[in-house]
Design a protein. Structure first.
Length: 272
């Protein structure tokens, strides 16, 4: 059973997004950037898609980036968070649903898109298989998700800060899929012509606290099932902040996000 080894608390993911939804627009820069890059890739394909699914739509950030681009004629949006889906409804049909349990019939869509949502899925191969089933023959799957190496600076600072303060370490930053595995995941899920590539997006902040505020505003705070449930000690946060600040250049710290782009096609004939 997937639930026995699930790395993520999906209830926490939903709660974080619900909490972030009202102010998401002030923190969505990373999602907006990824959405533009998804739209650019769609423009390169030069094909029309009568109906497409935005899987993990947040507040409609991908719908705003598309604005008639990419050959998408009708976009159905879905998010784990009811609050996010309600905001996305400004841009077209939207519903609350789970990427791990898609509520759509087979062969419903000409394209399935996703923008920075699938890195919170417990059973990624299973979610990809469901996405393929939702596609019509020769339908397109195109997703952006956070990949390995993301937030490496924060991860290292928290690790060292906790070791120094407590003598041990707890999981505080999510594991991410690696580029070397991404195309294989698509192939394993039954997609034809699987392609994976990676873009690095570097952001600077005045302080680690500003980064943490942005992550909270994005709904991207720690949702690991094994995360500590007590408040983090001040000594841990202070140590992590000091280590992070020590790496600053010109008075600003860096945070690097690695965005994986996965592209694949449903087989021309429906299979299992």
């Amino acid at each position: 059973m997937i639930d026995d080894i699930a790395p993520f608390d999906r209830t926490a993911v939903r709660r974080h997004r619900n909490r972030a939804a009202p102010g998401f627009g002030a923190h969505e820069f990373l999602f907006a950037e990824a959405a533009e890059r998804v739209a650019d890739r769609l423009d390169d394909i030069r094909r029309r898609f009568s109906v497409a699914l935005d899987l993990g739509c947040h507040d409609g950030v991908l719908a705003r980036a598309l604005k008639g681009r990419g050959g998408i004629e009708r976009l159905v949006q879905m998010d784990l968070s009811p609050a996010m889906a309600a905001r996305a409804a400004r841009f077209g049909p939207a519903l609350a649903g789970d990427e791990e349990r898609l509520p759509f019939a087979r062969a419903s869509f000409d394209a399935v898109l996703s923008c920075l949502s699938l890195h919170w899925v417990n059973d990624l191969p299973g979610a990809l298989i469901q996405a393929r089933h939702a596609l019509k023959p020769d339908g397109l799957f195109l997703a952006a998700m956070l990949g390995g190496g993301s937030l490496g600076e924060l991860r290292q600072a928290l690790l060292q800060g906790e070791i120094e303060a407590t003598g041990g370490a707890s999981p505080r930053v999510s594991p991410f899929a690696e580029l070397r595995d991404a195309a294989g995941l698509l192939q394993r899920a039954g997609f034809a012509g699987p392609v994976a590539d990676l873009d690095a997006v570097a952001v600077t902040y005045e302080s680690p606290l500003d980064l943490l505020k942005d992550l909270r505003g994005m709904g991207e705070t720690n949702a690991l099932a094994a995360r500590p449930r007590a408040f983090t000690r001040r000594s841990v946060l202070a140590g992590a902040a000091a280590r992070y600040a020590a790496e600053a250049e010109n008075g600003r710290i860096s945070a690097t996000f690695h965005i994986l782009f996965l592209t694949g096609w449903a087989p021309a004939q429906l299979g299992p």
